[in-house]
Structure formats: structure tokens, C-alpha cells
Ligand binder design. Structure first.
Ligand code: E4P
Length: 217
């Protein structure tokens, strides 16, 4: 399973990348706002750290505007994936931009039918938002399952990029379902390493080791 980092925090991205945990990065207008940095400058820096796809999102609402913005964002680096919203205009932009050989990430997907349309429009990635569905008492993971089934039924190569990941269990569940990628905040990736029994076991080992009076170094 590929891990993308859903953040523009370059220090956090660099730390995880050094550990081999980063296959790509996703950003959106809210993430850029939180970074407090210029979109081109911060995206270029991320692309210099990470060799995998780095999603940069368009903000136009019409297809022509999205295509123009997408081409401009793609100039930042060779590994830019242009992120377009799952609207009718976004699907048109996806078709044109993917036809030019560019990576396109279709975002804000909340239904299997939307995912089917994105695959037919040539999307490289489809981003279903799990957490935001859970927030309104719908089942985000069921959406991932449905899209997996539909894509496998017809052999679509669009990669399922599970987004809006809120906790480590989301990552595990997406891995079991067979999502191609999860994009998660750095804190969620780090939380995957935690287990209360690991901490408890380590405390017991350390206490017993102290009783031996020995040293390794
Ligand atoms: C995906 O690419 C989005 O940037 C992101 O996962 C949205 O997550 P949120 O619902 O936590 O804002």
C-alpha cells in the first residue's frame, strides 16, 4: 500500500520521507492556507523532497479555468498530480489533462457513481473522503469497498486514494479493503506505531534490566 502525506508541513514530510514512509503528498487549498506559504514555493519545496506524486489543487470552477490552472501547476515539477474537484467541469478538465499525459487526482468524491465517472474520464487517482462521510453518519469505508469492487469488475486502472483519514484504524481498514493509497496527516502515520502493550512491555523490560545492573555499551 502506498502512503501519501496529507500536509504541506515540509519538516514532517522530510522526517517521514527519510524513513521510507512517503510515496507521495496531497495538498488542498485549506492545507496551503494552514501552511501560511505561497502555493508555488511550498509545492516546489515538497517536490524537491518527495519523488512520488505531489497533488496540487486547482481553484477555478469552470473547465477551461481548471485546465489552465492545472497546466500552470504542472510547471512546478515533473511529479505534480493536478487535483480537480469531482464536478462536471472537473471531469472535463480531468479528461483533457489526463489526455495530455498528466497525472490527475479527482478529489471530493463521496459516491461510487462519482468514482466510476472519474475512472471513465481517465483519472490517475480518485480521492474518496472517508472521514467527512463518517462525520455525517454515513459509512466512508463502505464507499472504499464499493469503488474497489467496481474498479475490479471492469479493470479500471484509476488508483483508489483513500482520503480524509482521521485515525490509524482507517489506514488498517483501507489496507484490508485494498485501497491503492491512503493519504493521511503525519500524526496518523506516527500513531500507527503506538500500542499500549508495547509501552507496557517496554516498561517491564526496562525495570528488569535495571535490576541486573548490566550495561550493553
Ligand atoms: C485529500 O486529498 C484531502 O486533502 C484530505 O484528505 C481532506 O481531509 P479532511 O477531511 O481531514 O480535510
Amino acid at each position: 500500500m502506498k502512503f501519501f502525506i496529507d500536509s504541506a508541513d515540509v519538516d514532517a514530510i522530510r522526517e517521514l520521507n527519510d524513513l521510507g514512509m512517503v510515496d507521495g503528498v496531497t495538498t488542498n487549498p485549506s492545507i496551503i492556507m494552514k501552511s501560511g506559504r505561497d502555493i508555488v514555493e511550498v509545492t516546489k519545496e515538497i517536490c524537491s523532497i518527495v519523488s512520488g506524486p505531489v497533488s496540487a489543487e486547482v481553484v477555478a470552477s469552470d473547465a477551461e479555468g481548471m485546465i489552465a490552472e492545472g497546466r500552470k501547476l504542472a510547471e512546478i515539477a515533473d511529479n505534480i498530480a493536478i487535483k480537480v474537484p469531482l464536478t462536471w467541469a472537473g471531469l472535463k478538465a480531468c479528461k483533457v489533462l489526463s489526455g495530455e499525459g498528466r497525472m490527475v487526482n479527482v478529489t471530493l468524491c463521496f459516491s461510487a457513481n462519482q468514482a466510476l465517472l472519474a475512472a471513465k474520464a481517465g483519472a490517475t487517482f480518485i480521492s474518496p473522503f472517508i472521514g467527512r462521510l463518517d462525520d455525517i453518519n454515513l459509512d466512508g469505508l463502505e464507499l472504499i469497498e464499493d469503488i474497489r469492487t467496481i474498479y475490479d469488475n471492469y479493470g479500471y486502472e484509476t488508483q483508489i486514494l483513500a482520503a480524509s483519514i482521521r485515525n490509524a484504524n482507517h489506514v488498517k481498514d483501507c489496507a484490508i479493503i485494498g485501497a491503492d493509497v491512503v493519504t493521511a496527516p503525519p500524526a496518523v502515520i506516527k500513531a500507527m506505531a503506538n500500542h499500549v502493550l508495547t509501552d507496557k512491555g517496554l516498561d517491564a523490560f526496562n525495570a528488569d534490566w535495571a535490576k541486573t545492573g548490566q550495561k550493553i555499551l
